[in-house]
Design a protein around this ligand. Structure first.
Ligand SMILES: [Zn+2]
Ligand SMILES: [Zn+2]
Length: 385
């Protein structure tokens, strides 16, 4: 079968000593410290073997994510930008949906022909983090498209327990194809859902909400905030084209961070009351969360989702004085996040297709990555089969 593979050279930075486990598995926790000269190539790959508790999925739609771009792009020293777990070589692709074409002997509920979206995080269910309910922090997780083969391929084999059916969505849309494209957005939308609604329990309808970053995660946070009853959703991004998408998707206001004083502008837009809920989806907390002080309402919540390397210096004294809570948020698994996201799509409360600028065949994957380097498009979806 055809697949899009990520290659990179093993070249630990002088200051980085890989652990014994990293040396053995080539699964690196801090990919940007080891993988050099990353590059992608479309070519043949063996079809995945099917285990008893797995289903074989013919991939119908797979999104190109900011993380994919950060695995493919290098910094000025030639090292991969992405700072999380990565194995190379590997097949990319972790935001996907497809059709079940074969089921293993131990599969209980899924049938051939079912349409499914799939969690990227392959949580073990047995480690201490999983047993405490924090499956996104699984100590033994595999990550589709990062540490195990991904979905920018014709087929992928995945355990049944990571699959969520899209049948109700296909019925609502009257189209399996459209449900599969929307289903591929379940993963990034789930990342925003987890941050907004699961991490702190402080979300309330009626809040003034600020979202940093109008990439896919920020736009999903915007759609979910509107669906969740925010009174005002202010989206902040330096890119004019991305701000335009945010407006099209229903933002109350968009701001160019380079053109305003954040505290002043946000106080102004909230009649001096301050913002209640801030979601960082840009990956630059040193420039987004760090400056916020006088614009924070009492009992404000800050959620940090964006992945960035910089270490911000945060005004914790202000947080104490104003009773502000800050939570990091990782992942999209557990607590029925996928199910709730699919239901919101089915009910027409969110339509993530609005941010899809192009749908392309897998053959054009390499060109699609090049095109995304400019960050003008929000989301490109590849259609392998
Ligand atoms: Zn992603
Ligand atoms: Zn676990």
């Amino acid at each position: 079968m055809q697949a899009l593979k990520l290659h990179a050279d093993w070249a630990p930075r002088p200051e980085y000593l890989p652990s014994e486990q990293e040396l053995e598995t080539r699964n690196i926790r801090n990919a940007h410290m080891v993988w050099h000269n990353p590059r992608i190539e479309l070519g043949p790959a063996p079809e995945p073997e099917l285990e008893a508790d797995q289903v074989r999925v013919q991939v119908a739609a797979v999104g190109i994510c900011g993380s994919d771009m950060h695995m493919y792009e290098a910094d000025s020293d030639g090292y991969m930008i992405y700072p999380g777990y990565v194995t190379a070589p590997n097949i990319l692709g972790h935001e996907f949906a497809g059709r079940v074409v074969e089921t293993g002997n131990a599969v209980r509920d899924l049938r051939e022909g079912d349409l499914v979206a799939v969690e990227e995080i392959q949580w073990c269910g047995e480690c201490i983090s999983c047993r405490k309910g924090f499956v996104n922090h699984c100590e033994y997780m595999g990550e589709i498209g990062f540490t195990i083969p991904g979905a920018m391929a014709e087929y992928i084999a995945v355990r049944e327990r990571y699959c969520w059916k899209l049948d109700e969505l296909a019925d609502a849309l009257g189209s399996a194809e459209e449900a599969l494209v929307m289903g591929a957005m379940g993963e990034p939308t789930g990342v925003s859902y987890q941050g907004l609604f699961n991490r702190t329990g402080t979300w309330l309808p009626g809040h003034h909400v600020v979202i940093f970053g109008a990439g896919p995660i920020g736009l999903a946070a915007e759609a979910l905030s509107i669906a969740g009853g925010a009174c005002q959703v202010i989206v902040i991004d330096p890119s004019a084209s991305r701000r335009a998408i945010a407006m099209r998707m229903g933002a109350s206001r968009v701001l160019d961070p380079s053109a305003v004083d954040l505290n002043e502008a946000l106080l102004d837009l909230t009649r001096g009351r301050g913002v209640d809920y801030v979601v960082e989806c840009a990956g630059y907390a040193d420039r987004t969360l760090q400056p916020l002080e006088s614009c924070l309402a009492v009992n404000a919540t800050l959620i940090d989702i964006g992945m960035g390397g910089e270490r911000p210096t945060l005004p914790i004294v202000t947080y104490k004085q104003r009773g502000v809570q800050l939570a990091g948020s990782l992942g999209h698994a557990g607590k029925g996040v996928f199910q709730n996201v699919i239901r919101l799509m089915t009910a027409g409360r969110i339509d993530m297709r609005q941010m899809v600028s192009e749908r392309l065949p897998l053959d054009e994957a390499v060109a699609a990555f090049r095109r995304l380097e400019s960050r003008e498009d929000a989301k490109i979806i590849l259609l392998p089969g």
